[in-house]
Design a protein around this ligand. Structure first.
Ligand code: GAP
Length: 445
């Protein structure tokens, strides 16, 4: 985190967002009925849609729209040798200190002054604490059965490198992308879904020729590509910046890392990391597995282990940033409203359908329209309360479009289509609604 924190461009605070998330069913604390479970969260009906859309936006741009990236879904459990080879067993640690007075626990690298930040008490010597969760595979709980919950999805990709080369007719440069859960026994969790012990990652290992020029070219490419992705899906450009790691902050596998940092209400912090991993992982897995793990370069008629550029992003952290930047408060028809100005592609619900009146056949017609729309988009139906109140309810969860069935609908099969941000309305024939809404959402933009 940096000291220099310019003002953010909207009125959001973490408290306002957390309240909205709980009130509207985006994010609930896990095991709420038991008083919660240290920084673990569940996604409610709207949160799960937002999460699916964030992953869809990543997958489309990182896999579907490209010819050089393949998908993978590897297991959470990996052979225990994986973590020896990757050096997570030795190096994936945080320095831990305890306060001798209040017993609070801290990451030694996050405090200054050598005293307890909570009570000023004396601290213990720092000891290294491994962040991987351990469990046992099978019924016998002995050391031979120990397995770990993966702390990154990346190793499943390296362990499948040979499978990719042997089965997919790939040519360098090429990437392998995966989305999935990772687990870290973080010493300190903080700031809602920013840092949790169970989270989801979207990672891609991009294999290039082992050559510094080639590596530099693709490193710059992926830093820019990833920066632009965040802007494209709704982050304020002023809330995003690139920061190169100093040599003493680099992960054990990295020879260079750029963080994309976001301006959170609590200051600048990491959103995504793009790292140069060289051939570290393939070399290590070759050594520990005894397998070759090389690539045959047809043009140069030679074998080598490619180098790797890795963009790695947390799904939950990306959701947090998209929600923070979508949050807005304004006044419509003399009434204050909260509105989440999500990019329509990310919005949990794309369209809500309302009968203006609860009579004259309007509710039945509205339900028929909903049935058409919900085959194409996540669709809500609301007939409770004044039409203004119903619009506000959808604005608050970021629904970009509203379809209202009124007396004219009953005569000519047209509806009004309302835009969340401008609140402008246009008249559209029911037969054209799917096409018009699909164009406005614009997934293929
Ligand atoms: N494979 C490289 C790797 O895992 P990382 O910087 O440790 O790199 C990548 O993690 C991204 O995963 C981070 O930028 C962040 O978005 C997300 N992330 C990491 N730890 C997290 C945690 N405890 N809670 C939520 N997201 C986390």
């Amino acid at each position: 985190m940096s000291d220099e924190n310019p003002p953010r461009k909207n009125a959001v605070t973490m408290e306002k967002l957390i309240n909205l998330c709980k009130r509207r069913g985006l994010v609930f604390p896990t095991s709420d009925i038991y008083g919660g479970l240290g920084s673990t969260f569940d996604y409610g009906p709207l949160g799960v849609e937002l999460k699916r859309n964030v992953k869809e936006a990543w997958w489309r741009e990182m896999v579907q729209y490209r010819a050089d990236v393949l998908g993978l879904d590897s297991a959470i459990f990996q052979h225990p040798k994986t973590w020896e080879a990757s050096q997570h067993l030795q190096n994936f640690t945080d320095p831990l200190v305890d306060c001798k007075v209040c017993k609070h626990r801290f990451r030694a690298d996050k405090i200054s002054g050598g005293k307890c930040p909570d009570c000023g008490g004396e601290l213990t010597e720092a000891r290294n604490f491994n962040l991987m969760f351990k469990t046992f595979l099978g019924p016998v709980e002995d050391s031979a059965a120990v397995v770990y919950l993966r702390p990154e999805t990346a190793q499943g990709i390296f362990a499948n490198f040979q499978n990719m080369v042997d089965t997919q007719r790939v040519k360098l440069p090429f990437g392998v992308a995966q989305i999935g859960k990772s687990f870290r026994n973080e010493i300190t969790t903080e700031n809602f879904i920013f840092r949790t012990r169970e989270f989801e990652q979207m990672e891609m290992e991009f294999f290039v020729k082992p050559d510094v020029t080639e590596e530099a070219k693709w490193y710059a490419y992926w830093v820019d590509f990833r920066f632009n992705w965040h802007i494209k899906y709704g982050l304020e450009p002023e809330h995003l910046r690139r920061r190169e790691h100093a040599s003493d902050e680099l992960s054990h596998y990295s020879s260079g890392t750029t963080d994309l940092e976001f301006l959170y209400p609590f200051g600048w912090g990491e959103l995504e990391g793009i790292a140069k991993r060289g051939s570290f992982d393939l070399d290590q897995h070759a050594k520990f597995s005894g397998k070759d793990l090389t690539y045959f370069d047809e043009d140069a008629k030679t074998r080598y282990r490619p180098w790797v550029i890795e963009p790695a992003l947390g799904v939950d952290r990306a959701m947090l940033c998209f929600m923070l930047d979508a949050y807005d408060e304004d006044v419509v028809e003399n009434e204050a409203r909260i509105v989440l100005r999500f990019d329509p592609r990310l919005a949990p619900i794309k369209v809500a359908v309302y009968p203006l009146l609860r009579k004259g056949g309007q509710p039945e017609k509205a339900i028929a329209v909903r049935e058409i729309l919900q085959r194409h988009f996540m669709t809500a139906y609301d007939q409770a309360g004044s039409i203004g109140r119903r619009y506000r309810r959808q604005d608050e969860i970021g629904t970009p479009y509203g379809v209202t069935i009124d007396h004219q609908t009953m005569e000519d099969d047209t509806v009004t289509l309302r835009d969340r941000d401008s609140t402008a309305q246009e008249r559209v024939a029911i037969g054209r609604l799917v096409e018009v809404i699909r164009d406005k959402i614009g997934w293929t933009r």
